[in-house]
Design a protein around this ligand. Sequence first.
Ligand SMILES: *[C@@H]1O[C@H](CO)[C@@H](O)[C@H](O)[C@H]1NC(C)=O
Ligand SMILES: *[C@@H]1O[C@H](CO)[C@@H](O)[C@H](O)[C@H]1NC(C)=O
Ligand SMILES: *[C@@H]1O[C@H](CO)[C@@H](O)[C@H](O)[C@H]1NC(C)=O
Ligand SMILES: *[C@@H]1O[C@H](CO)[C@@H](O)[C@H](O)[C@H]1NC(C)=O
Ligand SMILES: *[C@@H]1O[C@H](CO)[C@@H](O)[C@H](O)[C@H]1NC(C)=O
Ligand SMILES: *[C@@H]1O[C@H](CO)[C@@H](O)[C@H](O)[C@H]1NC(C)=O
Length: 939
Amino acid sequence: MEGQRRRAMAARWLWPLLLGIAGLGGVLQVHGQVDNLGFINLDCGLPESAAGYVDSVTKLRFTSDAGFIDAGTNYNMSSEYITPTMGRSWHNVRSFGGGAGTRSCYTLRSLVAGLKYLIRAKFWYGNYDGLDRAPVFDLHIGVNYWTTVNISNANTPVIYEVIAVVPGESVQVCLVNTGSGTPFISALDLRPLKNGLYPMANATQGLVLHTRANFGRDDGVILRYPDDPHDRFWIPQSKRAEWLEVSTAKKVQNIDDDSFDAPSAVMQTAITPVNSSSPVVFSWDAEPSASNPDPGYVCILHFSELQPLPVSAVRQFYVTLNGQLWLGKGFTPQYLYTNAVFNSIPNHGYHQYNVSLNATGNSTLPPILNALEIFSVLPTTGITTATQDVSAIAAIRGKYQVKKNWMGDPCVPKNFAWKGLGCSYAVSSPPTVTGLNLSSSGLSGNLSSSFAGLKGLQYLDLSRNNLTGSIPDTLSQLSSLTLLDLTDNQLSGSIPPGLVKRTQDGSLTLRYGNNPNLCSSGDYCQPPKKKRSSMVAVYVVVPVVAVLVILLLSVLLICMRRRRQGRTSDNIKRLDEANIKGHNSLRFDNRRFTYSELVAITNGFERVIGKGGFGKVYHGSLEDSTQVAVKLRSESSDQGEQEFLAEAQTLAKIHHKNLVSLIGYCKDMKYMALVYEYMSEGALDEHLRGKDNTMKTLTWRQRLRIALESAQGLEYLHKGCNPPLVHRDVKTSNILLNANLEAKIADFGLLKAFNSNNDTHVSTARVVGTLGYLDPEYHATFQLTNKSDVFSFGVVLLEIVTGQRHILNDPEPTSIVQWVRQRLARGNIEDVVDARMRGDHDVNSVWKIADTALKCTAQKPGERPTMTDVVAVLHECLELEAAHDNVNAGFYTPGSGGIMNDYGRYDTGMSTDLSQSSTAYEQEHLGSVSILSTGPAVR
Ligand SMILES: *[C@@H]1O[C@H](CO)[C@@H](O)[C@H](O)[C@H]1NC(C)=O
Ligand SMILES: *[C@@H]1O[C@H](CO)[C@@H](O)[C@H](O)[C@H]1NC(C)=O
Ligand SMILES: *[C@@H]1O[C@H](CO)[C@@H](O)[C@H](O)[C@H]1NC(C)=O
Ligand SMILES: *[C@@H]1O[C@H](CO)[C@@H](O)[C@H](O)[C@H]1NC(C)=O
Ligand SMILES: *[C@@H]1O[C@H](CO)[C@@H](O)[C@H](O)[C@H]1NC(C)=O
Ligand SMILES: *[C@@H]1O[C@H](CO)[C@@H](O)[C@H](O)[C@H]1NC(C)=O
């Protein structure tokens, strides 16, 4: 009977999702950053120069967001959407163009690590971009996915709120372009919360607001600050026929240490069923998303008795969730005190959650409901980059005003890691920064001590900047640092002893060429330009030669000595001693192989992968399966031993990512071999000619990259080495490609050191190199400069553009330089471009490269650019290509998505009918409200 009656009278209403609170306008805050309430109110898109302003109703102060983000462009909302009564913060937005995959982050600072904050992001599209296409994009809080923003309507404001424990002294709110339109934002709020509030929000989970509803208030007023000191937005629920509204003018108190601090103004109104035996029922749907397929929900019901009840009256009810009793017994609200019923463990596993308040058998009054909040639980377990690295890199970013995409966490998520940063992602520890490339980044000022704060740094490239001052010795304490490139700066003083020591013990490669005011001692001295240069030339060059000769002799002598035991003489003894010295000073850091090891590695010299002047190159495989190339000096080769040793000597000393690196060497009796890293894709010439039919034609972009990488290798020889080196045999068959098609220069047998500070040349006894690549000047005069390599590289560039050989039969043998010049004279670049690229290239960048190639191959060395110039042009071309691609990717094409899943969307039922609820408050500050303005829908 009782059951029947209830069923008949149940006033069921269902809660469609979100309502996450849309609408809302004015916000608070005082000066600049955090006001005396600890609030931050950013009017996004307000020009930096504009003064902040005080919201007329809340008296909270808004400021421009300019100091909180490096990215984005300000726009005004389209004028037809602006109404005179709309809150000012909606008028403008900050928009983040730039294509899918870009992340733009606000950093909210001066927070207290470990405290809880409410963060609110507000969006009102208002066709600010004139495209009339409301975007969909993601929000992240720190490194954690927060929600997907789906702006379904240009005239509907949407607001997202999260309550989270902030792990550091700042928190980042990031907008992520997911390929469905350009992210933008209208305003951003932060409110500190006492730590006792919302106990279910902790270090590992945040609460994403789904619903915050105020019952029994029918005037459409959204209660917030100052009624709610925490400035939560309490959305009024329009009256429904089956509800009776009750209210009191008396203050409703919070109990001590209340977990929710529901404000009195919210608690002073409530609803009860008109039919006193009906339950109050509501429900909401689970909203699974790709990142959270089974979201947990937390529901908080706020109750207070508003009427003084006679002794005989009882208001007591059960709270049930999906048919299960939530509280074991009936619940009776206290008179003028707030009570909350909530679950502290999130509920999971239902498609729909139904909550019902039923009067108990003893109750003489129906249930009551003052307010409720529903949250979904957000895992905040994303591991951030190690904090000391974050602080160090943030200091570096601040000091040098690095823009790039340096926003959000430096290394996390992996696909958003900062450009120029290398990170290591160990399983057991937070990600750390292991590499930093700030080459050509316009840095000026002195070398920040913060670099030394990146303790895990393995390489640091600061070349081609405008850094001044001295080099701090603290850098030598970076124990993992193996490469420090300071080339092309304005550094002064001397190389600090710690770094000198590190370079001498072989643990660090230091490059510091082209710092005119830098001087140091010992091996690493770069002489002052003027007087002593010729002496230095002797100082530098002679030891190299001397050591080589000694090495060569001593190798032979050792061999002889071993064979003919006992045949010693003073002579040999002396040389032996010299050998020991020489050997020490050579400092081969590389592994030394025995001949029998080589036999094992190469499986008895089974597979020949190349052939050079000194002998064959074999494929090999080390114990750990690392593939290697073994260059064995042929026994019959009676010349070239010196070159062979020169190569070993030089390679042991120089390291660059675009030079094939030496893994080890062998000097075993008469056998000499060098063991290199294996370049699985062979030489560039094979790729350009398509020697192997299975080879794919290189794209223009790949060609540019290969050109840039090989140019960098050469530039390093010319500029990064002291003394500078000339390769002397630059050609496409000496540019090797690894499995990733990364290019490295190989074959250093002809490498020659010379003193560039003398600004002249080295005279060589005979001209070496390859015909067709040879600098005509060198050919004629035997005078070698690094411009000879530039000439050869010009030929390489022409081969890259045309796909032709360096000497063509046209029909007479013609050099490619002449061939291209003749054709370009007719003004048509397509005449020379490799047809196999099928037109998939930017004509401007091809012109640029062809033009550079012709400059490189100028007859007079003085008219040729330096490798540094060439590298710069190649960089520029690659960036143009990249920009070109980005522009294409950045176009919004409807339906181009595929990235977006069907999650995080609002039920449109909740955000319609804006006309009805235009109360005075909303007109003042919201313009329109989308939340629940029509009341919960009955389904
Ligand atoms: C936005 O509107 C304001 C005032 O109407 C104007 O001063 C400002 O220049 C506009 N900004 C943009 C980016 O159009
Ligand atoms: C946070 O709360 C959840 C749910 O109660 C719990 O599983 C988790 O261990 C808590 N995390 C911390 C750090 O207390
Ligand atoms: C409460 O009311 C709902 C809806 O009428 C009903 O399904 C449920 O069984 C009732 N629960 C109790 C404990 O009476
Ligand atoms: C209802 O009233 C009876 C009698 O007064 C009492 O025994 C019982 O515990 C009450 N039930 C509840 C749920 O309070
Ligand atoms: C480097 O800094 C100096 C001194 O501040 C300045 O004169 C020069 O223009 C800068 N060069 C570059 C390339 O920024
Ligand atoms: C965004 O919302 C609209 C309408 O509410 C919906 O049709 C669309 O699928 C949603 N998009 C995404 C990516 O969730």
